[in-house]
Design a protein around this ligand. Structure first.
Ligand SMILES: [Zn+2]
Length: 246
């Protein structure tokens, strides 16, 4: 399988990163790591050059976008442009905790332009701003974009898919009613799965999520769709691989 979005380059994995990667590899799981700083971008590129099951995506998270100095933004763009990456992101809009600002939107637009320039897909983080982000994608004629850990409405999800964009469901699917409903409404051919590790652990006893836990989401999809495990794994892997062209 392919974990469409995680943060294996984050500090939370510093003490046992190799073991976490090996655990995923042992059950055939590859992952797209989302780096959101100069430090994680360089680490992610290093990891993807060492491990066959790691791919890199680079962006600036909307939480941080308003406060990141100009030279750091330029540095991240430079690393993204020169590195072997599969997507630009995560980037986006997050209006949840009063993060809304002009700078957030301008950084989002800037990185969407970078994705277009590099002919790469964009990975979008959105909270309480899905509609606004969708409209910007249409306005800029962005070709490929994935709303990662999508949490918006079912009706907007339908419009996003009709617009040719993609949606991924994170492991909060295992405990969130809203995400379960989303999974019910999406056809299997449109379902992309991710863990967003180290966040959103689906395993109660273990606080830190990891790519191998994507199997928990497969079980939920199995139950919802009444399809067998193998078919779900094959289908979601194909959908994710198609999006990232890997
Ligand atoms: Zn993330």
């Amino acid at each position: 399988m392919l974990d469409a979005h995680c943060h294996i380059s984050f500090k939370k994995f510093n003490s046992d990163r190799e073991e976490v990667i090996a655990r995923a590899a042992s059950v055939g799981i590859s992952m797209v790591d989302s780096a959101v700083s100069v430090y994680t971008a360089l680490r992610s590129l290093e990891l993807s050059s060492i491990y066959d099951n790691i791919y890199t995506s680079i962006g600036v998270h909307p939480y941080r976008a308003p406060s990141v100095p100009r030279d750091i933004i330029e540095g991240i763009k430079k690393i993204a442009s020169g590195g072997d990456i599969v997507a630009v992101g995560e980037i986006g809009l997050d209006y949840h905790l009063k993060h809304k600002s002009e700078k957030q939107e301008s950084v989002f637009r800037e990185f969407l332009s970078l994705a277009l320039e590099l002919s790469l897909p964009a990975v979008i983080h959105c909270r309480d701003a899905e509609k606004e982000a969708f409209e910007i994608l249409l306005e800029l004629d962005v070709e490929k974009a994935l709303f990662h850990c999508y949490s918006g409405s079912i009706s907007l999800a339908e419009r996003i898919l009709e617009g040719g964009y993609s949606i991924s469901l994170a492991t909060n699917l295992c405990y969130s009613k809203h995400h379960r409903k989303l999974a019910e409404s999406l056809p299997l051919k449109s379902i992309i799965l991710e863990t967003d590790s180290p966040y959103l652990s689906p395993v109660k006893q273990i606080k830190r999520n990891e790519p191998a836990f994507i199997e928990e989401s497969v079980k939920v999809i199995e139950e919802i769709k009444g399809e067998d495990n193998k078919k779900i794994k094959k289908s979601t892997k194909r959908n994710t691989g198609r999006f990232y062209a890997i």
